[in-house]
Design a protein around this ligand. Structure first.
Ligand code: BGC
Length: 766
């Protein structure tokens, strides 16, 4: 909990109200799951354990098949099997399915000296078998209940298959769409990102971790991985303390306050220190500052990678640095299991560090109820009934519809008429049941999505002619292989052009292959890959009534399309029910309500581009010369801003009110607005509130999202939406990581996107 106004400090003639974290209060939050019964059980278990067995708890091995990282030399099946029997493994990842989980659990529980159960981890990123939209898409729904539900469906399926711990949610904020992993997060904004993080943690963990249908969550990647230089995967991160505290850390803190039981660190370095070896992040901030009492798992061999980074000279040193810094579990690195016990014996590592790490891991195992029944997630019948359950399909269809963003809709081309139309459906992605499943779907089955063609065929009173136009890729691709794009074969262009020519409307489904985003998939060029842009322009020559449906895992630079194509629908990769969701939106059975969680640039040169930028000293061109902050070849504005998204209806904002002209620091202020549905359809709107702190000891962004509400309005209906602002929403972190609230003038903006012009102001007085 933030405490405001402790000392009053005078800095540079500004009065600043400093609020430090009160350690005790922090501890209460992090300790919500602390249970003295459990602690006593851990005490007596730890007493019985050898150093090797305690270190064993800190060791996590990959299963025997799926790889989600480079294969380590040490990892033969025999070694793993032997270590399992020795009680030297605390957790396994990528072991899935009741049969397999039961088999490894049986060895841990029945064949080791102390019979400590394993915790079974897996990347349940947007579903297990039944897939939800990719997380970036879900964030576009701004519908926290739907997001929570989607995580709970994922937990239900995964837990039925033996899994009790997901490596999600990924809560990395990123401003760089070149980075392939933006598909896994909630976009660029810390406020929205924090809300989504909480919804996902609650969805995965539920209210009772002991339930066999919930799983422990893992907020990752701690921290700042989303700021990899140039959007290049696994790269250096060099950011200031202001960005770290105000942009990167808030979603992690929100997840911790929501009771997330684990965190994962990361491959990147931060300001010269690999985060896996960062005491500042893991001990000072997370464990001591926020009172986090769960455990931290390394990312895949990220302890070893400190050697490549040039931070540790060998594995022994890497183990020492990581454990000292607070990394509790070594994922598939073989470093802790090989080095730690000896380091303790040599007096290089204090045994208390090992005790603390083992305690944290055992705590989560007790909380999950694994000691009561290690096979509680191993029920074949439950597994059979749960996977691909129709109720899960319903839930993911619901969130898929809500994730779609209508970027542009001129001449009311959408929604499509339901009868009497000749429609051309063009693009290989339109007939693809694999790509819409997106990246990070290791357990799912190929080709299990509903394609757009399948979805649209259900509207039978129109004539639908499909032509693929061009193959996006040249060969079958998978989670671990490179995506080979087709840059040469235009043989199908002719057929597509002819199909478009004889149609009233053309629906073109273009974008990225499902494995073109995700881990290891940074792009230096974020346009439509391959020959798709050329195909689009060829079709445009013969029929301008084009609805462009985008399938992609990141914002794309589609400036030509934005200028020329009348209707553009951002449909991301929407998971198992993609085609049904898209068809329902195209035909108006669902009125689109999504809003962008990430800015779309005009071109890659604008990146990083985000709505909460700083004003600079030269924000506008006053004297008609070149000496201001801009490019000479592209506007400063993005193609589509954060928070943007249209509906088939229109909304009018009126009667903007701020309850007071000024408030004192402990007071709150109410801001309200009336929103009226002025169009021809019932619809939903995400009403967004932004502030600007006009003067700060640390300069403040031109806008910061501080509230949003998703409302539903019938035709002609008006609703009043009210927000409350107080010292918690008006403050920020200074460069020492302290939360402060400074008196002064604030502007408030309300509207349907981050570029809204409806504004008011008030003053915060000391
Ligand atoms: C990723 C993590 C993931 C882990 C296990 C790593 O390569 O960075 O996000 O959880 O693999 O699959």
């Amino acid at each position: 909990m933030k405490k405001i106004i402790i000392p009053i400090v005078i800095v540079s003639s500004l009065i600043i109200l400093v609020g430090c974290y009160s350690k005790n209060e922090q501890h209460k939050k992090g300790d919500i799951m602390m249970n003295t019964e459990i602690e006593k059980k851990i005490d007596s278990l730890l007493e019985k354990m050898t150093v090797e067995e305690k270190v064993g708890q800190m060791n996590q091995y990959n299963g025997f098949w799926d790889l989600t990282g480079p294969a380590p030399k040490e990892g033969s099946a025999e070694t793993k099997y032997q270590h399992l029997k020795n009680g030297w493994i605390g957790s396994m990842l990528n072991v899935r399915g009741v049969k397999n989980v039961r088999a490894v659990q049986k060895i841990a529980v029945e064949e080791t000296r102390l019979g400590i159960p394993l915790i079974i981890g897996f990347d349940v990123i947007h579903g297990y078998k039944t897939l939800s939209p990719i997380p970036l898409a879900e964030a576009a729904s701004w519908d926290l209940e739907a997001i929570k539900k989607s995580a709970s469906v994922a937990a239900t399926e995964a837990s039925s298959a033996g899994i009790n711990w997901t490596f999600g949610p990924m809560v990395d904020i990123s401003r760089d769409p070149r980075w392939g992993r933006v598909m896994e997060g909630a976009g660029e904004d810390p406020f929205l990102g924090s809300k989504v993080a909480v919804a996902r943690v609650q969805g995965f963990q539920g209210t009772n971790l002991k339930s066999p249908h919930t799983i422990a969550a893992c907020a990752k990647h701690f921290a700042a991985y989303g700021f990899s230089e140039a959007g290049k995967e696994y790269n250096t991160v060099d950011i200031g303390t202001s960005t770290l505290h105000n942009v990167v850390l808030p979603p992690f803190k929100a997840a911790v306050n929501a009771g997330v039981r684990t965190l994962m660190n990361s491959f990147n370095e931060l300001n010269g220190v690999p985060v896996t070896g960062s005491s500042y992040l893991q001990r000072d901030i997370l464990k001591n500052g926020w009172g986090f009492n769960g455990f931290i798992v390394s990312d895949w061999a990220s302890i070893n990678e400190m050697i490549n980074w040039g931070h540790a000279k060998n594995k022994k040193e890497a183990a020492e640095i990581a454990v000292t810094a607070g990394s509790d579990m070594d994922m598939e690195g073989y470093v802790y299991v090989k080095e730690l016990a000896q380091l303790v014996k040599d007096g290089k590592v204090d045994e208390s560090l090992i005790n603390d790490a083992a305690r944290r891991i055992l705590r989560v195992k007790f909380e999950l109820g694994l000691f009561d029944d290690p096979y509680k997630y191993c029920n074949e019948e439950n597994e059979k009934n749960s996977l691909y359950n129709p109720k899960h399909q319903e839930a993911v269809l619901d969130v898929a519809k809500k994730s779609i963003v209508l970027l542009k809709n001129e001449n009311d081309l959408l929604p499509l008429k339901k009868s009497g139309q000749k429609i051309a459906l063009i693009g290989s992605l339109a007939n693809d049941k694999n790509s819409p499943l997106g990246s990070w779907r290791i357990a799912s089955d190929d080709n299990t999505s509903i394609s757009v063609l399948d979805g649209m065929q259900q509207y039978e009173d129109n004539t639908l002619n499909y032509s693929k136009g061009v193959d996006l890729i040249t060969e079958k691709t998978s989670f671990t292989s490179e995506v080979k794009i087709n840059y040469t074969d235009k043989s199908e262009f002719k057929h597509a052009v002819a199909t478009a020519q004889k149609s009233d409307v053309v629906v073109m489904v273009l974008g990225e292959h499902g494995f073109q985003s995700g881990e290891g998939r940074s792009r230096s060029n974020i346009d439509l890959p391959g020959l798709q842009q050329e195909l689009l322009e060829e079709i445009y020559k013969v029929n301008k009534n084009i609805v462009l449906v985008l399938n992609n895992g990141r914002p794309l630079a589609i400036e030509w399309a934005s200028e020329n194509i009348p209707s553009i629908v951002e449909a991301w990769q929407l998971g198992s029910q993609a085609g049904n969701a898209i068809a329902q939106v195209l035909y108006g059975d669902y009125n689109p309500s999504g809003k962008l969680p990430m800015t779309f640039p005009r071109n890659v040169g604008q990146i990083p581009i985000y709505y909460n930028y700083k004003n600079t000293g030269r924000p506008i061109n006053k004297d008609n010369n070149v000496f201001w902050s801009h490019y000479i070849d592209v506007e400063n504005t993005p193609l589509y801003p954060f928070g943007h998204g249209l509906s088939y209806t229109t909304f009018n904002y009126s009667n903007f009110r701020i309850s007071k002209k000024s408030i004192s620091i402990n007071d709150s202020i109410k801001v309200s607005v009336n929103v009226t549905n002025t169009g021809k359809y019932d619809g939903k709107e995400v009403v967004q509130l932004y502030i600007r702190d006009m003067v700060g000891s640390n300069t403040r962004p031109v806008r910061e999202l501080k509230g949003f509400e998703l409302i539903e309005l019938k035709i002609g209906e008006t609703k009043t939406v009210e927000f409350t602002l107080d010292k918690n929403t008006l403050g920020f972190y200074n460069n020492d990581g302290e939360f402060i609230t400074e008196p002064g003038d604030f502007k408030v903006f309300i509207g349907g996107s981050s570029t809204t012009t409806l504004e008011g102001q008030f003053e915060l007085i000391p």
